[in-house]
Design a protein around this ligand. Structure first.
Ligand code: H2P
Length: 830
């Protein structure tokens, strides 16, 4: 077997971690030691990147001390562990996070100053770990940090993609995708764990074995095998109190080279197997919110699910010698359906490998798993053609059929009828027979959660309507959150210092204390300081815009920002149409009291998503024309910042005055950017969608700008085959804006470019852009009025920061720990 002792066990034998000094002199000598002996350079020869690496290694040593302690404590106490299975972890940079959570910012800054090196400068050289597409992956990263900060012992399990989310460039207004290469200079945060490798099979056959005196069994003989090798990254929580592990799997071939083939002259063929194996973890699929149906994707899903389960089982058997109590010691969270095949795989491992009978295996499986749903969009719900599934995972397919039969029996016994049975079935018979991963995740879990109150209710009414009727107590809500360490303290040091000064440092440990700021919202002096910090953050962003795009924007203008994946339901299109209408109005009524605005956009479009790419093109076309038009002067600027990622978000979130959260109601499951913006004192213009609904409750209706159709109204219009035509014909502003797009005002070089984008609004308006335009426009003008009233704007901005603490991912994690996992501090002993 490839799996020898694991790190987390060997720590039991580790010496007591050293207690090191955290002063700057100690750090200065440790950084020098790393530079000399780990990197092999002296300060005279060192380049900035060498300093980054030396610093990272010195900081990492401190984390390791805490890491060993945390693992030892969990193993000795037998506490329950959470295993968070996620295809995506959108982490970003780790150095500042680690230094800040360990309270070392000052020491490290001073230590580097000894060598004339600035921490701020070298930090920027760290590549973003961009192992995710958007909110789903970023949520997983916030959750990892919050589990460490709240002391929930956890493993994150995922994939070590060689190439993360693509790098976006804009060439002639259009998105161009380039490979991302975060591992180019190595990765000082990770530890390769060769001893933790597992074989993962694909294909082959299932054999029935009937031995005398024993119950008949099934044995899977895969036709193909690859190796999953673990890479561990420590995730350190606030004040270093607890450190968890992010374990990412890398695929390798069992035979690195076929020597016979090589020796007979087939040099390419000799490497074919190795290439095929390694391809599994080569790239992240850039396809959130619409499903990526390729075979390689299913291989990725099974690969990391099986490796993680084998690892969990190995660790558990080593500690307890039995799997009967697995669910007392391990809670496995399925982050979306991507790891849903785990349900069938755990059943296979329990039954075929560890000799369990079906019923007990099923009880253990359900008690161990829980599942988070992140979207209701039908095009994003994963299904796999049966023939593909069966060819790749024949034994798991048998198990899925058996689970399906058992579920349908239960439903029939409960008196559910034909239509409901069809909805519950794990096999979709309508589209050429497909396995439905959502249904599999649901039936294999004891708890299923949505990510905002509205989304959870809609889940009960729509995708899981019949399953909810069959198992009415399983669905619950866990509203998303964001970590205040990264999204307030690290991203916004100016505001953090101001708040500390105003209400004391208690909010650093208990973010709910931010509520004390509410009393200062009417204090003019405080408001002015608050808005002065905002201005500095806007200057920082203006500098980035100037450097990258050579566009100069006025930090005194309202920064109106929409950053997120580009998708029709998120309605960047609505936002840019409003910008066009505003541009027209400013030119035709220069005498009116317009307020200066900078409309800022950022986000990537899935490479195969044509409409999303057209929207990016349109934004850039409009930007070019508007920014060059002297008649609007500084009243309107439009900016598309390329390659939106976590590091850019850290600069953008603190710099917003206005946050755009304008999805078609009922379609944004939660949103998390909405929370980051508001926490940093931006006002929100948004629909009653996702977590906006709960933000309204916490902020109060005078502190958030809600407009547009509700989810129920959207659903009703869709049933009535709503079209935009009559709305457009009755709205001069909208009609003229659309006309100018079609006439090529923004695309003189390509008149037809946006014809279909616009005609869709007339003929169908599926995303309710025409339907919501007027309300959106009116609400924007109210915000213009408010902008002139600086004290009122400032008061609302302060109240946003003061009232957003509930949206901390610490709160989300505590709810999961209590209601779903029964793990973490305060959990009943098991
Ligand atoms: C998704 C949802 C968001 C949600 C997030 C995390 C898939 O992220 O659409 O509404 O907040 O998961 O639960 P995104 O669209 O940002 O890729």
């Amino acid at each position: 077997s490839h799996s020898a002792d694991a790190d987390d066990d060997t720590t039991l034998m580790a010496p007591t971690p050293q207690r090191r000094q955290n002063d700057s002199a100690t750090f200065a000598s440790e950084i020098l030691e790393k530079l000399t002996y780990a990197i092999g350079k002296n300060p005279a020869a060192a380049r900035r990147h060498d300093w980054l690496e030396a610093t990272t290694l010195a900081v990492r040593d401190r984390i390791i001390d805490h890491w060993l302690e945390s693992n030892q404590k969990t193993t000795e106490s037998g506490e329950k562990r959470v295993c968070y299975l996620s295809m995506e972890f959108l982490i970003g940079r780790l150095l500042r996070d680690a230094i800040s959570n360990l309270g070392l910012t000052q020491s490290v800054t001073e230590a580097l100053a000894v060598y004339d090196v600035e921490l701020d400068m070298i930090e920027l050289l760290e590549p973003d770990a961009a192992l995710g597409n958007g909110g789903l992956g970023r949520l997983a990263a916030c959750f990892m940090e919050s589990m460490a900060s709240t002391g929930v012992p956890a493993f994150g399990y995922g994939i070590r993609y060689v190439h993360g989310f693509f790098r976006q460039e804009v060439v002639d207004g259009e998105q161009v995708e380039l490979p991302e290469n975060w591992l180019m200079h190595g990765n000082p945060w990770e530890f390769e764990r060769r001893e933790n490798s597992y074989e993962i099979g694909f294909g082959g056959k299932v054999a029935a074995i009937d031995e005398p005196g024993k119950p008949p069994r099934q044995i899977w003989r895969p036709g193909e095998r690859v190796l999953a090798v673990a890479y561990d990254t420590p995730i350190v929580g606030w004040r270093g109190n607890h450190v968890n592990t992010l374990r990412l799997w890398s695929a390798q071939s069992l035979d690195p080279i076929l020597l016979d083939a090589f020796n007979s002259g087939d040099h390419i063929g000799a490497l074919r197997e190795a290439n095929k194996a390694e391809a599994i973890t080569r790239v992240l699929y850039p396809a959130d919110s619409h499903q990526a149906g390729q075979e390689l994707r299913l291989r990725q899903e099974y690969f990391f699910s099986s490796a993680s389960l084998q690892d969990i089982i190995r660790r558990h058997l080593k500690a307890y010698g039995t799997l009967h109590n697995l669910s007392d010691k391990v809670a496995i969270q399925l982050n979306d359906t991507h790891p849903a095949v785990s349900v069938a795989e755990l059943m296979r491992l329990l039954i075929d490998v560890h000799g369990f009978a079906w019923d007990e295996a099923w009880t253990i499986t359900q008690a161990t798993f829980s599942y988070t749903n992140h979207t209701l969009l039908p095009e994003a719900l994963e299904t796999w053609p049966i023939h593909l599934f069966e060819r790749l995972l024949p034994r798991q397919m048998q198990i899925i059929y058996a689970i399906n039969a058992q579920t349908i029996r239960e439903a029939t016994q409960k008196g559910l009828d034909g239509g409901k049975i069809t909805a519950i079935s794990l096999i979709d018979e309508n589209n050429g027979r497909r396995v439905r991963m959502g249904q599999l995740a649901f039936v294999g879990s004891h708890a299923i959660n949505g990510v905002s109150a509205l989304h959870t209710e809609l889940m009960k009414e729509t995708v899981f309507h019949s399953l909810h009727e069959l198992y009415p107590s399983r669905i619950q809500n866990k509203t998303n959150g964001v970590t205040p360490r990264r999204w307030l303290m690290q991203a916004n040091p100016g505001l953090t210092a101001l708040v500390t000064d105003a209400i004391g440092p208690a909010f650093l440990d208990n973010v709910e204390k931010l509520a004390d700021l509410d009393a200062l919202a009417t204090d003019a002096a405080f408001r002015e300081k608050f808005m002065a910090v905002k201005l500095e953050n806007k200057q920082r962003l203006a500098k980035v815009i100037e450097e990258r795009l050579a566009i100069s924007v006025d930090p005194g203008a309202m920064f109106d920002i929409q950053v997120k994946r580009i998708h029709e339901y998120k309605r960047q299109f609505l936002n840019i149409i409003e910008a066009i209408a505003l541009y027209d109005q400013i030119r035709s009524h220069p005498e009116r009291n317009w307020q200066p605005r900078v409309k800022i956009f950022g986000g990537k479009a899935a490479p195969s998503y044509a409409q999303a790419k057209e929207i990016i093109h349109l934004i850039n076309d409009v930007a070019r024309v508007v920014n060059a038009d002297p008649s609007v002067q500084n009243l309107l600027k439009v900016v598309f910042i390329p390659n939106y990622n976590v590091s850019l978000a850290e600069i953008i979130m603190p710099a917003a005055d206005l946050s755009e959260q304008i999805s078609t109601a009922g379609l944004e499951a939660s949103g998390t950017g909405n929370m980051k913006f508001a926490l940093n004192g931006a006002l929100t213009i948004g629909t009653l969608d996702g977590a906006n609904v709960e933000m309204l409750e916490h902020l109060g209706e005078e502190n958030i700008y809600i407009f547009g159709l509700t989810a129920a109204e959207v659903a009703a219009r869709r049933r009535e085959a709503h079209s935009g035509r009559s709305i457009i014909e009755n709205s001069r502003l909208l009609r003229e804006a659309l006309d100018s797009i079609v006439k090529g005002v923004f695309s003189p070089d390509g008149q037809e470019r946006y014809a279909s984008l616009v005609s869709n609004l007339y003929n169908n308006d599926w995303w309710m852009i025409a339907a919501d335009f007027e309300a959106y426009w009116q609400t924007q003008r109210k915000l213009d009025d408010l902008w002139q009233d600086t004290p009122s704007w400032g008061e609302k901005a302060v109240r946003n920061t003061a009232r957003m603490s509930w949206f901390s991912s610490d709160r989300s994690i505590r709810e999961y720990a209590k209601d779903i996992w029964r793990a973490g501090p305060g959990a009943p002993a098991s």
